[in-house]
Design a protein around this ligand. Sequence first.
Ligand SMILES: [Fe+2]
Ligand SMILES: [Fe+2]
Length: 452
Amino acid sequence: MKKTIILCWLFLVIMAGCKGNRAEPVYEFKYQDANVPEKKEDSWPQVRFAVISDPHTYDPSLGTEGEAFEEYLKHDRKLLAESERILGEAFTLIRDSGVIFVIVPGDLTKDGATVSHMMFADYMARLEKAGIEVYVVPGNHDMVNTHAVKFDSEKTIPVEHVVRDSFKKIYKDLGYDKAIMEDEHSVSYVAEPVPGLWLLALDSAITTNNIAEDYPNTDGEFNHKTAAWIEDVLINARMEGKAVIPFFHHALVPHWEGQEKLHPEYILNGYQQMQALFAHYGVKMVFTGHYHAQDVAKVSLEDGNWVYDIMTGSLVTYPCPIRYIEIQADNMVRITSDFVTTIPDFEGDFESYARDTVFDGVYTIAMETIMGYRVNEPRAEYISKRVASAYLSHYRGDENPQGDEASFSKKGMGLMGRLVINNQSYVLEGLWKDTDGADNELTIDLNTGEWK
Ligand SMILES: [Fe+2]
Ligand SMILES: [Fe+2]
């Protein structure tokens, strides 16, 4: 009996993980105790723009076959071998969409290889040539990433990766040369794509220990000096009467109930302080990526302020989305979504292939984890299938569970099966329950914060 209790306790500790103990930055913002310009009504310029996120561009010259590449793909949900063709298709859709500019909130490449960055920049340069301005920021994969490798049969070989200076150089035409302000302590900048609108392009990647740890840090935050710079920009925007739209890689708002427990590294460290800062200065919406999900989440703060975090899914993860944002008269924002559903020279139905890739990826990882806890195969299959369906629905957005698929049945599950279910029910329920705001098609009223 005692042995069973110890086993169960150990299991619960392992499954719960220790991710809740991250170190949060503590910022001291001027607005908290000094005289800074008061909030006032925004006037929003009418404009139409696009968002693509997490394109994870992968130059095929780095290898798309062989044992090492196949092995890598087993644990990755991204359509890497198809990334260039998806990007090409997205280019055509955006070029013909009537937008003025495009923002890309990070993870521009698979793992920061210089050749992949050059390829992404080349496609974006084509949009610029077509008269559409592009603005990028880095994600956790894009700079100082020692996982930049090429796949050669059964082995991987390190290739040149991008660091802060080379990132700015490669993207000089796609942000930095158009900047009206730049932060000295990150690769963040401000641009004014149309008169009256400031894009606050923010670098939330933490690369300090990437080399020492030989791992690209998944967490994100703004260092203290960058956070202070952000506040100064927001004060200037107030004084000059500019509307501000920040965009960055990590989420400002948790996108499902339980995400902070399971995946805190996908939410900005210090996110509540940043929510309060943005809201104080009249920011109404931010654009993020990183979790590869089409999800809109709204936070309503105690002082009556609110902010929307409009997260865009990954271009190389089902449903391969592109968002269009139209700020209309009367401060109404119309958000629509389009999807890459075909790519050139693809045999079969690309959309089904993209969907199955995500499902199989999540399923495989879930099976390995659950079987590791000695749950027998049919029981592990049942749990893993439900988990994979829940992730698929979250990535696609507008979650709408059918029948009982948002819950587990414990019937015939055995001790370890029941333990897994007890411990992981919150994930299934959380992923299926949509947060405030439709995800793919909605209109937000910037005056009131209501959406429909
Ligand atoms: Fe990503
Ligand atoms: Fe990311």
